[in-house]
Design a protein. Structure first.
Length: 512
């Protein structure tokens, strides 16, 4: 019998159908992520992907499905990159989508239930890898962000964003099972997932040590300008002006990232201004400071002034933004493109982000760090009683990055059991409680202050104690078990029933 030609029109048409369906699945997941935020579309997109994968036996088809899914999801959620470099955006999307392509390729072959069991596991592993490589990872635009304000968010208290990814994918599997009229296993799966959500909602989250009065300062101003294009003095003056409107009693005041840009903060007029503000308010003031460390290096710091007007502590940002705050292998990339917009590299800080102040032991995650659970966990494990997020999203013209940062802050609140206080030059500033609820939020572009009461909390959540390793290990065990199940049952397992909405051509392709 003549082997089928993979380049034949029929096969090409089927591959196109696989790509389009998977692309739609990725777009649905993307629309669950802020600024759209339709959380229900996360499980819906996973259900479409599950249905698509259930019809594919060949590894090549699964690879195409995963790649198209990733492009659909990340092409929308990372669209903000087009403001800086359109070609770079395309390259990043394809590279990041490759994680999902490899994940789907890693699914066991055949059409038994083992593949459905393994799908949440490979999605967890894909997101885990995406958060680490390359250049320290890029978890922005991820599945978990779409659930930050939804009913599944409590899961993060048990297993952080990675477990939340697995639960979203598992709900998608349950929907696909219902579509295939596998009602009993679907009911069992939904009940199990609902139990996980409930357990997350009632899991330990520490206790309240005290309550403090906090103010968030947002200077406002135009958006859509890079750091090299903005007027640092004007940014500073706007924050001074709005900060002068604050009145005691206050315990803590938070200024945003990059609010002060100086050669060195010690002995500078800006340090005197912030010290005077702290003394007038009889409060701790924390501000984002950019300091020079040579001709081609700088530090991105969070500096704390005590009520006596002196600097009491400092944290230097540890997780830098690749191609935003530094250029990896600069000598190589200088030959490939114009790096005039990034003339200097940030120096990476060391250790956990914590500030010892009269207001309390303050955890800090500067800007991009809020997307990385290990930074929040390091702060909490080192005694951080609240999480401060001084950030700067003024380079972006749309709300996409500020809303994703807000979603990340909500997830960190759930994960750590800490309140989160954020400040940005042009928004969003916010106060988020330990259950991920946004108590107050500023408006983009405006000069505003927020004043509210914040709990300082002690103790740990299950996730703060254990972190990501147990979730990654569980995903690997599930994937290995699915492969073993496939090997032991491939000669006896009856094929899964075709989807009631699959086409005759798709049914004929299942054996290929």
């Amino acid at each position: 019998m003549t082997a089928p030609n993979p380049l034949s029109p029929g096969n090409t048409s089927r591959r196109g159908a696989v790509a389009v369906t998977s692309l739609v699945a990725g777009v649905l997941v993307a629309l669950s992520v802020p600024p759209w935020g339709f959380w229900i579309l996360g499980p819906a997109g996973m259900a479409v992907l599950t249905w698509r994968l259930a019809l594919l036996s060949a590894g090549r088809g699964r690879f195409v499905a995963g790649l198209a899914f990733g492009i659909g999801q990340l092409g929308l959620t990372l669209f903000w990159m087009t403001e800086f470099h359109a070609i770079g955006f395309g390259a990043v999307v394809v590279a990041e989508a490759g994680f999902f392509a490899v994940a789907c390729l890693a699914l066991p072959g055949g059409r038994g239930p083992h593949r459905l069991v393994a799908l949440p596991a490979v999605m967890v592993l894909a997101e885990a890898a995406r958060g680490v490589v390359p250049f320290g990872g890029l978890p922005m635009g991820g599945v978990a962000l779409g659930q930050a304000a939804g009913p599944l968010a409590p899961v993060a208290r048990l297993g952080g964003p990675l477990l939340l990814v697995g639960v979203v994918a598992a709900f998608g599997v349950a929907v696909a099972l219902i579509g295939r009229r596998r009602l009993r296993p679907a009911a069992v799966l939904v009940a199990s997932l609902a139990l996980v959500v409930v357990l997350g909602g009632v899991a330990p989250a520490g206790s309240v040590r005290s309550t403090i009065d906090v103010a968030v300062v947002q200077g406002g101003g135009p958006r859509g300008y890079r750091a090299v294009e903005s007027d640092a003095d004007a940014v500073y003056e706007r924050h001074v002006a709005i900060g002068q409107q604050l009145e005691p009693p206050l315990d803590l005041v938070l200024w945003p990232e990059n609010a002060i840009d100086v050669d060195t903060i010690e002995g500078s007029p800006e340090a005197a201004d912030l010290g005077a503000l702290a003394a007038r308010l009889r409060a701790t003031v924390v501000a984002g400071v950019t300091q020079e460390t040579g001709l081609d290096r700088f530090r991105n710091d969070a500096v704390a002034w005590g009520p006596d007007g002196t600097i009491v502590d400092l944290y230097t940002k540890a997780h830098r933004v690749p191609f935003g705050e530094y250029v990896p292998a600069r000598s190589l990339f200088e030959k490939l493109g114009d790096l005039s917009g990034l003339p200097r590299d940030a120096v990476a800080g060391q250790g956990p982000g914590v500030l010892d102040t009269p207001a309390g032991r303050l955890g800090v995650a500067i800007s991009f760090e809020v997307f990385f659970s290990e930074r929040a966990l390091a702060a909490v494990r080192s005694g951080g009683e609240v999480l401060l997020v001084p950030t700067n999203a003024s380079s972006y013209t749309t709300s996409q990055v500020p809303t994703q940062e807000m979603a990340a802050a909500q997830l960190q609140a759930w994960s750590t059991g800490r309140w989160v206080v954020a400040s940005a030059p042009t928004g969003y500033g916010a106060i988020v409680d330990h259950r991920g609820r946004v108590r107050q939020r500023t408006t983009l572009g405006r000069a505003e202050t927020l004043v509210g009461r914040v709990d300082l909390r002690r103790g740990s959540t299950p996730y703060a104690r254990l972190g990501d390793p147990p979730i990654v290990a569980l995903a690997l065990v599930v994937l290995a078990g699915a492969w073993l199940s496939r090997r032991s049952t491939r000669h006896t397992m009856r094929p899964m029933a075709s989807s009631p909405i699959s086409s005759p051509a798709e049914k004929r392709s299942e054996a290929k």
